[in-house]
Design a protein around this ligand. Structure first.
Ligand SMILES: Cc1cc2nc3c(=O)[nH]c(=O)nc-3n(C[C@H](O)[C@H](O)[C@H](O)COP(=O)(O)O)c2cc1C
Length: 154
């Protein structure tokens, strides 16, 4: 067990399942070093349990150069909550390999920061090879490793 961090939640939105796979890989990485970690789609988050977590990870596909609408709505719904300030945060996104891809992770990260969360590690993007995927080879393994690393940063 890593000192100081006991509980994490990975919240994601995913249309085609790619971001979901990364959310689960991230959670598996955290769990592999003893962090009690749940994953939840944006519309299935138990708000009353958010107070218990030490690390909140939020992931979304890039839709029109931004986070997907359900992910943005989730973030907006956090604004009315007390008690998130000071918790650790990490944001991630999936997007196409294009210089016009835009990003979502940085925008998610900024919103979390504005709510008083502390960015544990700068946002990371993973590449999908087409709109519906698949993920670039090795992305899931990389995200599992990021989970391990996040646990170590606490
Ligand atoms: C409505 C829509 C808008 C999109 N806009 C972008 C975009 O601006 N930039 C980009 O790189 N990919 C864009 N994509 C591709 C998504 O990033 C890709 O579908 C997503 O990463 C796949 O993840 P998911 O399986 O979790 O939905 C868009 C996809 C959809 C459906």
């Amino acid at each position: 067990m890593v000192k100081g961090l006991t509980k994490a939640l990975v919240v994601y939105y995913s249309t085609y399942g790619n971001t979901e796979k990364l959310a689960k890989a991230l959670a598996a990485g955290l769990q592999s070093v003893g962090i009690d970690t749940d994953t939840a789609k944006v519309d299935a988050v138990s708000f009353d349990k958010l107070g218990e977590i030490d690390l909140l990870c939020v992931g979304s596909p890039v839709h029109a150069w931004n986070a997907a609408k359900p992910a943005r709505e989730f973030l907006d719904s956090l604004k009315s909550l007390d008690g998130l300030s000071g918790k650790k945060a990490f944001a991630f996104d999936t997007k196409l390999r294009s210089r016009f891809a835009g990003s979502a992770g940085g925008k998610i990260e900024k919103k979390l920061k504005n709510m008083g969360l502390v960015v544990a590690k700068p946002a990371i993007s993973a590449i999908v090879l087409g709109k519906e995927g698949p993920l670039e080879e090795g992305a899931e393994e990389a995200f599992k490793q990021i989970g391990v690393e996040l646990a170590g940063l606490m």
